[in-house]
Unconditional design. Structure first.
Lengths: 398, 298
């Protein structure tokens, strides 16, 4: 049994997510195993079986159905949860998109894993990145504590009447999902106070108040619905910041909202990181600072909605910007790079794109040192022929 | 209830934009006359999702949920589980899909829901083809039939494959209730829908739905063809309830050639093709008949 009270434990991100789900009290959990999230649905089966979670636990016959079950249950007026990764997320894609458009505040954990081919079970963001246009809020966590905290926050953000969009909480497969770290588990009562039981105020299936959801909408009415999806995504930025502050005030952990910065006050060069790599990069920033190098980093937390203004503000004083991408849009650049450079368009700063860690390749301290070194080389340049830098890749001259 | 006792009004209200003579529209109307207003419905992309579910003209005077092609059984699963979690009882959760959405793309979700004995009523209106997209063969199109993807040309003489038998697949799951029905035998139809409404667990009813453009028949012929389909054995009335299988009506097997010749989709058939169809119909009847007499169903 999970204690009701607040406690601290050494656990994996998968276990932290599963316990956070019991605190959020969804009424329907759709489960289908896939590495590296499988033990989330295993833990949840256990928690339902031993009474830690009162929920309908549906062993779906595939991820397409798992996402469908979450969407239609949410559309019937209950809080839901599912978790997936890689091919599982790709397999549910058409329902992921429907769920966003139907404005159903489903919460899903994605244990980031490479999307084939080549096959692999190790971390990469090529699974969640293709879902960027599906009208889902998308956030990336750095460690197990953040995974726990953001599951709780995710429900509150998604269900806010100004938002009503589903959220995928993304965490690096294995690096977080299978590695134990210290996590403070918030108590049941304090989470209940922060995140009260779900009471839908919008349209849901109710025989006393018939509504239709997800129907065919002809061109005369279509664009307005799409505009509203975009507006909700934009409005979510305010809600994310508000809920971050409320959480920080109540529980003492301030994640900075859409992004956070590290040693950026007087930084001349900075790299934008996402996910677990941010932790290692902080150490490298410290090492370089000891040598007198004025470097800093930005931790990008939310990829959708993308914090254009916030990232431009965070990077306004630096002379060169690097963007870390753990995925690549072949024939273009990394997906985060596209967004960051777009945000910096007016500033004409040199921006490099570091592609690293694909398919789970280890991102070593020498690789991070290399990124900051490359950045120093372009400082002051106003033209960059090719921003792409493949880090630690055989056959690529850098 | 008898036909005369059924309410004239149906929560599937009049004024849909189905083709003249469409039997699917008729099936929806009659099913909902029996199920009533304590019903939540989901229809995947299909004829019915277009002719009765295009905003702002919806014919469903009950909560209605439209999802994708392959996941009707999973959609109604989520609705049913959410109602259970909320303690809401006595509501029929109805999934209503065509044969393509049931037997091809939808088969995985259907199998999952049947195996988990989800508390849902799944109705397949089987018009024997992808008619919404303009008459293409599905996995449930009869052998020999013409369609736009099984053309009749020099090198092709219609559909070369046997149709999938979904009721038999679901009986293999030991599903709670599996039946076939036809509006041509309205008493059998009413009894089966009422039975499916009354019990809990996974319930599947497959109803033959004459598609006038897809079958290339005159628009007034639907009811007559539905009747002849039962007599000829082309459409078999079966019922699997409490792990017991019954064949509700023994066909005479007479008049098959005349029945087929009335339909443009079969008019090209050679004598060889006719015998293949006839053998298939008799074999399917024998399979159900022998399964219904087995001891382990008692």
């Amino acid at each position: 049994m999970i204690p009701r009270e607040k406690y601290t434990d050494m656990i994996t991100a998968n276990k932290a997510v599963a316990i956070a789900v019991t605190r959020a009290r969804p009424k329907v959990v759709a489960a289908y195993p896939i590495s590296p999230q499988t033990d989330i649905v295993e833990h949840l089966a256990d928690y339902v079986a031993q009474g830690n979670l009162e929920a309908e636990y549906v062993r779906a016959e595939g991820e397409h159905s798992a996402m469908t079950i979450c969407a239609s249950a949410q559309g019937t007026g209950v809080r839901t949860f599912t978790a997936t990764a890689s091919q599982g997320l790709a397999y549910m894609h058409e329902v992921v998109s429907a769920c966003g458009g139907m404005r159903l505040p489903v919460v899903m954990f994605v244990a980031n894993r490479t999307l084939m081919s080549p096959g692999g079970i190790w971390p990469e963001y090529s699974d969640s990145m293709p879902e960027r246009d599906a009208a889902w809020i998308q956030l990336y966590v750095e460690d197990n504590q953040e995974a726990f905290d953001m599951i709780i926050q995710a429900y509150k953000i998604a269900e806010d009447s100004r938002v009503l969009l589903p959220i995928m909480v993304c965490g690096d497969g294995y690096i977080l999902t299978h590695t134990t770290d210290k996590v403070e588990i918030l108590g049941m009562d304090e989470v209940d106070e922060f995140l009260p039981p779900y009471k839908p105020e919008h349209a849901y299936l109710d025989i006393d108040r018939p509504t239709a959801q997800g129907v065919i909408v002809p061109p005369e009415y279509h664009m307005e619905a799409k505009y509203q999806m975009h507006k909700a995504m934009k409005d979510a930025k305010t809600v994310i910041k508000e809920i971050n502050s409320e959480f920080a005030h109540k529980f003492g952990r301030d994640y900075g909202g859409l992004l956070s910065t590290y040693k950026m006050e007087d930084a001349e060069r900075a790299i934008v990181f996402m996910g677990s790599t941010t932790g290692t990069a902080r150490t490298i920033v410290d090492q370089l600072r000891e040598k007198g190098e004025k470097v800093g980093l930005v931790k990008l937390r939310f990829f959708r909605p993308f914090p254009n203004e916030e990232i431009a503000k965070a990077l306004k004083d630096v002379k060169a910007v690097g963007v870390f991408d753990r995925s690549l849009s072949y024939g273009s650049t990394g997906q985060v790079f596209i967004e960051v450079r777009n945000s910096l368009y007016e500033t004409k700063k040199p921006v490099l794109n570091f592609i690293a860690g694909l398919g789970g390749r280890d991102i070593r301290d020498v690789d991070l040192h290399f990124m900051f070194k490359k950045l120093k080389e372009v400082e002051g340049k106003d033209k960059i022929e090719d921003p792409l830098v493949f880090v630690n890749t055989r056959g690529v001259t850098v | 209830m008898k036909l005369q006792e059924l309410p004239d009004e149906s929560p599937y209200v009049s004024g849909d934009s189905a083709c003249p003579g469409c039997m699917a529209s008729n099936i929806a109307h009659n099913v909902l006359r029996i199920l009533g207003k304590k019903t939540i419905a989901s229809v995947p992309p299909s004829c019915m999702s277009v002719f009765a579910g295009t905003f702002p003209n919806l014919n469903w005077d009950i909560p209605y949920f439209h999802m994708q092609f392959a996941n009707t059984a999973a959609t109604v699963t989520g609705i049913s589980r959410a109602l259970k979690a909320q303690g809401k009882e006595g509501i029929v959760v109805l999934g209503m899909a065509g044969d393509g959405g049931t037997g091809d793309m939808g088969l995985q979700a259907l199998s999952g829901a049947a195996q988990r004995d989800e508390n849902i009523l799944y109705i397949c209106y089987n018009n024997q083809g992808y008619e919404n997209t303009g008459i293409q063969a599905s996995g449930m199109t009869p052998i020999g039939a013409w369609s736009k993807t099984t053309p009749v040309r020099n090198h092709s003489t219609g559909n070369e494959y046997y149709p999938k038998d979904i009721p038999r697949i679901l009986i293999a799951h030991e599903a709670t209730y599996v039946a076939t029905a036809s509006t041509a035998d309205i008493n059998d139809f009413i009894r089966k829908i009422e039975r499916a409404k009354e019990i809990e667990g996974f319930r599947y009813v497959e109803i033959l739905s004459v598609c006038t453009p897809g079958w290339d028949v005159e628009t007034h012929l639907g009811p007559q063809l539905a009747r002849e389909a039962i007599d000829t054995g082309f459409w078999l009335l079966i019922e699997y309830d409490k792990h017991k299988l019954m064949v509700n009506h023994d066909p005479t097997f007479k008049g098959l050639d005349k029945f087929l010749k009335k339909q443009g989709r079969f008019k090209h058939m050679t004598l060889d093709q006719y015998h293949i169809m006839e053998d298939h119909i008799r074999r399917r009847y024998q399979i159900y008949k022998s399964l219904s007499s087995l001891d382990h169903f008692l």
